[in-house]
Design a protein around this ligand. Structure first.
Ligand code: ACO
Length: 463
């Protein structure tokens, strides 16, 4: 296990700058730690008050007699080096530096000083210029972001603070379960590669999502990312892709966003799934974290609308997934329930008159058929059926078959379609409002499967 074990499972955690003032960041972080349910030692540190939120307060970390592995540092930048020294002397292993005002505004010396002092004590630094971190397996939410993160298997590393905090909220809205959220900010010490090493071995994480502006050690990132990609998908939202974006990244976290082509080739080499937008990344997270990996890429598309089927076929083809004729036994099975004018090529068109039951029976049959690796279900809202009814039918088929196969669903329509998507999301069945998004997210999973096999073979040949 990498040496970040104590960061994610600390015996005790101190908040330096824990204030009684509920508007201050130190107060909010302490509150989140307490209220999200962290069960080990919690120690507010503030020399000017005796208690905060009913917890005894310490004037300095060095006055705490219990074991503290992590300090959250929420005091102004110029005071950070001294606090690091004090924590280091007390045997603290990790400093999580919330304060801004370092490399991102040209204060390189101050940032280097923090890292130098930490290293002197064998301490690692997360940040500075961050909103903190979350690790749900131990109910630790040491951030000033939303509190009630949903526990799950996705680790999210973010270089952007504000966007990261907002996305924390989005994961709750989108029903995405989280193992960890780590704000890395200026990455003065702990970086993406360190975290990937931890998540590679973390049994609570099966997908990693990174919002990245830049990395300083590209070679190490590629090595570590290639290793983890053989086991777990790594999805990256790489920002600063254009000259304007790169300029913005430089003044945001002091990162050099670098040459886009270089990043793209590094991601390709290491099996990292590159995305251009938050929406695309979240779409992929759903298929990759909720579906099992398929053995192949034989997709069957089931739809009640020809146009939706065409759009999905185009999207799959753009992603290198080509639809083949469905297996004969599947065709015969669905022929029994469909009118003679239904097209049973791939896409399988249930026709515009399809009731919920046709969805149930055709999806069930596809999930049971060993000649089909993945199922894409498309539904266009008609007055004959209710979107929630179709969602229930699809979920019922998944439930009945038991063994999960990759599935992705598009429910296309208005407000009721949105309700149906929510219904499927609650059951961890990936569902989207357009055929293109459902198809693209499924394709991401199929492409990852292929690439993973390639990486494993390459590794076997090399060893
Ligand atoms: N040890 C312990 N406590 C101390 C120390 C010390 N050495 N020095 C000061 N304190 C106390 C203060 O007295 C105060 O407590 P009080 O309210 O009881 O008086 C508390 O610690 C906080 O210190 P303040 O000086 O009041 O600082 P404040 O809380 O206003 O700001 C902060 C500190 C949040 C770190 C600020 O300097 C900062 O950097 N803000 C930006 C943070 C940020 O945006 N981070 C990153 C990005 S995430 C994103 O973008 C969303």
């Amino acid at each position: 296990m990498s040496n970040l074990k104590d960061l994610f499972n600390p015996r005790g955690i101190a908040v330096i700058g824990a204030s009684r003032d509920p508007t201050k960041i130190g107060h909010i972080i302490l509150k989140n730690i307490v209220e999200y349910g962290y069960r080990r030692g919690i120690y507010p540190v503030n020399p000017s008050v005796s208690d905060v939120m009913g917890l005894k307060t310490y004037p300095a970390v060095s006055t705490i007699s219990d074991k503290v592995d992590v300090v959250i540092v929420s005091i102004p930048n110029t005071k950070v080096p001294e606090a690091i020294d004090d924590a280091g002397k007390a045997g603290v292993k990790h400093a999580v530096v919330i304060a801004s005002g370092f490399k991102e505004i040209g204060n390189v010396d101050l940032e280097n000083e923090v890292v130098r002092r930490a290293r002197r004590h064998g301490m690692r630094v997360l940040g500075p210029n961050i909103f903190g971190y979350v690790y749900t397996p131990v109910r630790l939410n040491a951030t000033f972001g939303p509190r009630d993160v949903i526990p799950g298997n996705v680790a999210f590393i973010t270089q952007s603070g504000a966007l990261g905090i907002a996305l924390m909220g989005s994961t709750i809205l989108e029903g995405i379960g989280i193992s960890a959220i780590v704000s890395v900010g200026n990455k003065s010490d702990i970086d993406d590669a360190d975290l990937l090493e931890f998540f590679d071995e973390d049994p609570n994480t099966s997908v990693v999502l990174i919002y990245m502006e830049g990395v300083s050690d590209g070679r190490r990132f590629v090595n570590v990312a290639s290793k983890i990609s053989m086991k777990k998908p790594v999805i990256v939202i790489k920002s600063g892709r254009t000259e304007a974006g790169a300029r913005a990244a430089a003044s945001h976290t002091g990162s050099l966003a670098g040459n886009v082509a270089l990043y793209e080739s590094a991601f390709k080499q290491s099996g990292v799934i590159s995305t251009k937008s938050v929406e695309e990344a979240f779409d992929f997270v759903k298929t990759l974290s909720w579906n099992p990996l398929p053995p192949g890429d034989r997709v069957v598309v089931i739809t009640n609308g020809g146009g939706a089927g065409v759009q999905a076929s185009d999207t799959l083809a753009d992603d290198g997934i080509y639809l083949e004729k469905p297996p004969q036994d599947f065709v015969e099975e669905v022929r029994k329930i469909l009118p003679p004018f239904a097209s049973l090529a791939n896409p399988v068109d249930l026709t515009g008159m399809a009731p919920e039951d046709w969805y149930y029976r055709s999806v069930k049959s596809a999930l049971q058929n060993s000649g089909i690796d993945a199922v894409l279900v498309l539904y266009c809202h008609t007055a004959l059926t209710s979107p929630v009814g179709v969602a229930r039918a699809v979920a019922g088929a998944v439930d009945e078959v038991g063994v999960r196969k990759p599935i992705s669903v598009a429910i296309i329509g208005g407000l009721e379609a949105y309700e149906a998507i929510k219904h499927l999301t609650n059951l961890k069945i990936p569902a989207y409002p357009t055929p293109e998004r459902a198809a693209h997210a499924l394709a991401a999973q199929l492409k990852y499967r292929k690439y993973r096999e390639y990486l494993i073979k390459k590794e076997q040949i090399a060893s």
